[in-house]
Ligand binder design. Structure first.
Ligand code: FAD
Ligand code: EPU
Length: 328
């Protein structure tokens, strides 16, 4: 049995039957049997109980930088750390990824939920994603369009769930840099450089989000829901200060943190699990929590949000049971 405690940032002390570490040699995959769970750095997965199968941990490393006329092409192995890659770009004058600083996890996992923060989503920089089809062991490559990116979403998270291993991500970083500083506190920066944005994002994140090295968590537990403008207008009649972000002509995104906060969950505990006191969207584990306590609190939040606002919150994190992914 292998402990999963240090393999996922929520830190539950559950175990897996087998552990397969993959660096550059993907040949071992031909012996892979069900059930298995592909893992990067475990910052978006929560192992609720013992996993009755094989954890396939991706640890491949290496990157290759090519300078083209108007852009840089950066090909990065899946096991590289995302934040270290952002730092590498800053140090070498490749600007654009600064808003995505300090997001935990691997490069290989980043396109799966199309990581995003402070007004930027990864898909803007993706040229292609290389992967191995686990059933045929064939290498394949999807263009940006084929990845079907959306908000915290891609083809990898839906139709292809569990059938592939991302091996490399190819980024395209334009030489012409344009600052993106409309989100929240970034607006206060005057004519910011990329480094100013990088430093500010790190400062904001460090102040608001709990550090998984100190207290177990997996970032935002729920996604921010899309709500029709009609529904939003109805909610506004009762909740005058309900915030939203414009999405398109018919819908807006409402911050889940606000809904959860409004219901008074902030700081509430269920055993060792807590709704974080400075960010209501984050659930934490003080080291004594259990999977069932987490499910109890998450379901309580989900039910109360639905009963009050008629909005069904969907979990962002992947919840893993003994045989694989489970629904909230
Ligand atoms: P894991 O948790 O290991 O895996 C995530 C999913 O991808 C799983 O389904 C897994 O099976 C699959 N997977 C992983 N690697 C591969 C691979 N090579 N091939 C195939 N499948 C794979 N996310 C944001 O978008 N924005 C944020 O601002 C943000 N902030 C966060 C803050 C904190 C404190 C934490 C803990 C998390 C945050 N997250 C955020 C979520 C998380 O960082 C991202 O989802 C990240 O991309 C997960 O990377 P990982 O390597 O840890 O993935
Ligand atoms: N708010 C509250 N109470 C709180 C926290 C926030 O009412 O306790 C309200 C405020 O109105 C605030 C709004 O919610 O303006 C938005 O809060 P914040 O800027 O902290 O962002 P978020 O919507 O909670 C999202 C992402 C984060 C990402 C930040 C910054 C999702 C699910 N989460 O959080 O991503 O870092 O924006 O862009 O989209 C993650 O995915 O794990 C993650 C941390």
């Amino acid at each position: 049995m292998y402990s999963l405690k240090s393999l996922h940032t929520f830190g539950f002390n559950n175990h897996a039957r087998n552990l397969l570490i993959l660096d550059e040699n993907f040949n071992d995959l031909c012996q892979l049997e069900q059930p298995y769970w592909i893992l990067g750095q475990g910052s978006n997965c929560v192992f609720l109980e013992d996993f009755d199968g094989t954890i396939v941990k991706i640890e491949s490393d290496g990157k290759q930088l090519t300078e083209l006329e108007h852009e840089y092409q950066l090909t990065v192995s899946a096991g590289e750390n995302w934040h270290q890659l952002v730092c590498f770009c800053m140090e070498n004058g490749l600007y654009g990824l600064e808003n995505l600083a300090l997001i935990p996890g691997t490069v290989g996992a980043a396109p799966i939920q199309n990581i995003g923060a402070y007004g930027v989503e990864l898909n803007r920089f993706i040229e292609s994603v290389e992967f191995i089809d686990i059933r045929s062991l064939q290498k394949r490559r999807f263009s940006q369009l084929e990845c079907k990116f959306g908000y915290r979403d891609s083809v990898f998270k839906r139709d292809m769930q569990g059938q592939f291993i991302i091996t490399k991500v190819v980024l395209r970083i334009p030489k012409l840099w344009v600052p993106i500083a409309f989100y929240g506190e970034l607006q206060r920066l005057k004519e910011p450089t990329a480094l100013d944005i990088f430093n500010k994002v790190i400062q904001i994140r460090s102040a608001k989000l709990p550090d998984p090295r100190q207290i177990g968590n997996a970032g935002s537990f729920f996604k921010n829901p899309l709500v029709s403008k009609k529904h939003y207008a109805a909610l506004q009649c009762e909740w005058h200060d309900i915030p939203c972000y414009e999405v398109d002509q018919t819908s807006v995104k409402v911050p889940s943190a606000w809904l959860i906060d409004k219901l008074g969950f902030k700081g509430q505990k269920e055993g060792g699990i807590q709704c974080h006191p400075t960010q209501a969207l984050v659930l934490t584990n003080d080291g004594t929590g259990t999977g069932s306590q987490l499910l109890t609190l998450a379901r309580k939040i989900q039910h109360q949000v639905e009963a009050t606002f008629s909005i069904k919150l969907e979990n962002e994190v992947r919840l893993v049971g003994s045989k694989g992914m489970i629904e909230l």
